[in-house]
Design a protein around this ligand. Structure first.
Ligand code: NCD
Length: 307
């Protein structure tokens, strides 16, 4: 039963619960008109303390397409946050007005704090460099729709694996399906945090490899998940400038990839995928953005317990 629950981490939902959200997301994507009034009279609050295009818009579009309404801020300086209000007090107040809350914040663990004080479901829309579970639902729905299932995949994850919260959530989630293998492609400075390699991969006997060059491994991949170097999380701008163009996927590199390898990217892209790749049928990142809205429609329905 997902009604009334929070979603802070991809592991908060069991495999079965995740499957139910994905199944509904797929159903919605095939027939969105059937769902237009299910949230009439309901309100979603979007509290975004960090910039966003896809996540906030797709949450808002999701609620609007379900017939509900949206309140919130995309700029904390326009709310009482600017006066020094705590997350606890903001969420206690917002929960009086809204039926469900999606929140993005630069500090790791902030959505969890919010959930402790909220009377209504809190969805983590990204907490610092930590987790981004609804991007993962988006990724899973896209993989499932394009590839037909979530098992037996060689998944290359490339770019900023240290600060990339989408990567952390994706590895956690995909590690639960049978026989998935990971190839982690990053400069040494941006490799995945230890807790991912130790607590998620090694502990569960999941095969993985850490490499620095994409060309050496691209031919083995079923999925290539590209990510942006997360400038805002660096302590040192010079370090960012040195690492920002570590990987640029272009048409020449794609020649060595499998015919049916899918390219995913949570977006925004900076330089890591050349525009020429967009016309390659294997490029799925804009399709992925669309699935993000459908899966958020499904998630809202489940957490609100709407049948
Ligand atoms: C990602 C994020 O915010 O973590 N974007 C998104 O939600 N689609 C990835 C990023 O910002 O690089």
């Amino acid at each position: 039963m997902l009604k009334g629950r929070h979603l802070l981490d991809p592991m908060d939902f069991s495999i079965q619960e995740t499957y139910e959200v994905l199944k509904l997301g797929k159903e919605i994507s095939n027939n969105p008109e059937k769902f237009t009034h299910l949230c009439d009279g309901k309100i979603l609050a979007t509290l975004f303390y960090e910039p966003s295009t896809r996540t906030r818009f797709s949450f808002e579009a999701a609620m609007l397409r379900l017939g509900g309404s949206v309140i919130g801020f995309s700029e904390p300086s326009s709310s009482s946050v600017a006066k020094g209000e705590s997350i606890a007090d903001t969420i206690r107040t917002v929960a009086c007005y809204a039926d469900i809350v999606a929140m993005r914040h630069p500090k790791e663990g902030s959505a969890r704090v919010a959930s402790l004080y909220s009377e209504v479901p809190v969805i983590n829309a990204g907490d610092g460099g930590h987790q981004h579970p609804t991007q993962t639902l988006t990724d899973l729905l896209t993989i499932n729709c394009v590839k037909g299932d979530l098992s037996n995949k060689v998944i290359g994850v490339c770019g900023d694996l240290k600060f990339g919260r989408t990567v952390h959530s994706l590895i956690k989630a995909m590690s639960r399906y049978e026989n998935n293998k990971f190839i982690l492609i990053s400069p040494k400075e941006l490799s995945v945090p230890d807790y991912i390699t130790k607590e998620i991969l090694t502990k569960n006997n999941i095969e993985f490899l850490e490499v620095e060059k994409i060309d050496d491994v691209i031919g083995q991949l079923d999925i290539l998940y590209m990510t942006r170097v997360q400038r805002e999380r660096f302590f040192n701008e010079e370090e960012y400038l040195r690492l920002k163009d570590s990987y640029i996927l272009d048409a020449a590199k794609m020649k060595n990839a499998k015919e049916d390898m899918m390219i995913l990217h949570p977006l925004p892209r900076v330089n890591e995928i050349a525009y020429e790749v967009d016309v390659d049928p294997r490029a799925c990142y804009f399709k992925q953005a669309k699935y993000g809205m459908y899966v958020r429609m499904a998630l809202i329905l489940k957490l609100l317990g709407v049948k």
